[in-house]
Write a new protein. Structure first.
Length: 423
């Protein structure tokens, strides 16, 4: 093959000589005719609504093509927000306002900061007010409230009952919506610790839409929690196959590896996420944990400092940093952080799970158990990792630790084998 034959334009010319693809629409005119709309309308849909249209980069500006199969898939997605045809012109306007609010909410939700999550909640609440019988905004609201608790920005007892109600409402409104079942499964997993119900809802989510990446991503949490690390890895890899540039899924691929004690692999995943978004605070936080487990304490502490700067002094990050000080032998710094947390948060919510891990590292197992019991009482969202988290190795053989594991049911349930290819 000559140099010219390998050029992008040459490859397109070769493809142009292939037989016509019956799935393909080769101009704005053909796309508009297929959709029974004017050209200007479908061009606007591409710009504003994400209509899947592709460009011929070797041809003149504006030369496009689309695939009927992709358009039909897009129409199914958009139809979730489409109002009945009998609605008034003003009622279509209302639906568009709801849709825009929902999409903005997901945009903010994906950023994962406290400020963005609170903005997301406002957007989802607006979408619900505009279109109260649409399921998607309820799912978004549930997911936002769940993350406020998961990242220990707000106490679980304050936000998770509302998250459950929102997720249940989403399922009621649309029993075949993958997002709704995934939202409800996440509540069952992290707050209710109802492992069979979570398993059922995750599988239902994947059956409803095998292309919904978060269904696999979050299901990996349940699998990892019960020591099914290979299955958890397959689940999160399936999510990445669907959306290979999802920053949070790349991070969670790292967490899944971390829980399987594959620390080098987890660091590789975190670095991949940080290549896409260097300021993603949670990637720095989990990177710090993996570096700590490798014994790279100086690097771990640096990553925690970056996380604290990006996350605005999050208290769970402070407690995790205290653990690094403890295992590094700087017990004075570790105790200093613990005292600071306890003195500023008297009678309030505290990052009890990570405080328990720090006391375990300090060689104070009874205090570790005390704080784990408090984590149970507080419905700490991190408890699902208890039997896999390497930080609790110093407590693992204790009977009182085993009692806590039994109380939250981690030793009483094992998800049945799952074949993701069947979906």
């Amino acid at each position: 093959m000559s140099k010219d034959d390998s050029s992008p334009s040459s490859s397109f010319r070769l493809s142009d000589r292939l037989p016509a693809d019956p799935d393909r629409l080769d101009s704005w005119k053909e796309i508009a005719a297929y959709m029974r709309r004017e050209v200007r309308t479908v061009q606007l849909w591409e710009k504003k609504e994400g209509l899947p249209v592709h460009r011929h980069f070797h041809k003149r500006l504006g030369s496009v093509f689309a695939l009927r199969s992709e358009i039909e898939s897009w129409k199914r997605q958009v139809s979730r927000f489409s109002p009945p045809l009998s609605r008034t012109r003003a009622g279509y306007h209302k639906n568009q306002s709801s849709r825009e609010a929902y999409l903005k909410g997901r945009y903010f939700w994906n950023q994962r900061s406290e400020q963005s999550l609170r903005k997301a909640i406002q957007c989802f609440e607006l979408a619900i007010r505009e279109e109260p019988r649409c399921a998607l905004p309820y799912s978004g609201l549930a997911d936002s409230l769940t993350l406020l608790s998961f990242y220990e920005i707000a106490p679980s007892s304050e936000v998770m009952p509302a998250a459950r109600r929102a997720a249940q409402r989403a399922v009621e409104l649309d029993p075949n919506l993958a997002e709704a079942h995934a939202s409800l499964a996440d509540v069952f997993l992290h707050f209710d610790r109802d492992w069979p119900a979570a398993d059922h809802e995750f599988r239902r989510s994947i059956r409803c839409n095998p292309e919904y990446a978060l269904g696999y991503h979050w299901y990996a949490n349940l699998l990892a929690a019960h020591g099914q690390h290979e299955a958890a890895h397959r689940a999160v890899m399936q999510a990445l196959e669907i959306n290979p540039v999802s920053i949070i899924t790349l991070v969670w691929a790292g967490v899944t590896s971390y829980l399987a004690r594959q620390f080098e692999e987890s660091i590789t995943r975190y670095r991949s996420a940080l290549e896409l978004e260097p300021g993603f605070s949670w990637a720095h936080m989990y990177m710090a944990q993996a570096l700590e487990q490798k014994g790279s304490f100086k690097e771990a502490l640096k990553e925690f400092e970056i996380t604290l700067q990006l996350a605005g002094g999050n208290d769970c990050v402070k407690a995790m940093k205290a653990h690094t000080y403890a295992v590094a032998g700087d017990t004075a710094s570790a105790r200093g952080i613990l005292e600071e947390l306890k003195s500023t948060l008297v009678n309030q919510w505290m990052p009890s799970y990570d405080i328990a891990a720090t006391y375990a590292a300090l060689g104070e197992p009874l205090q570790g158990i005390v704080w784990l019991n408090r984590a149970c009482a507080d419905h700490s969202m991190k408890l699902f990792t208890l039997t896999q988290d390497p930080r609790f190795d110093p407590l693992r053989r204790r009977s009182d630790f085993k009692d806590i594991v039994a109380r939250i049911g981690l030793n009483r349930y094992s998800p049945a084998p799952v074949n993701f290819a069947q979906y």
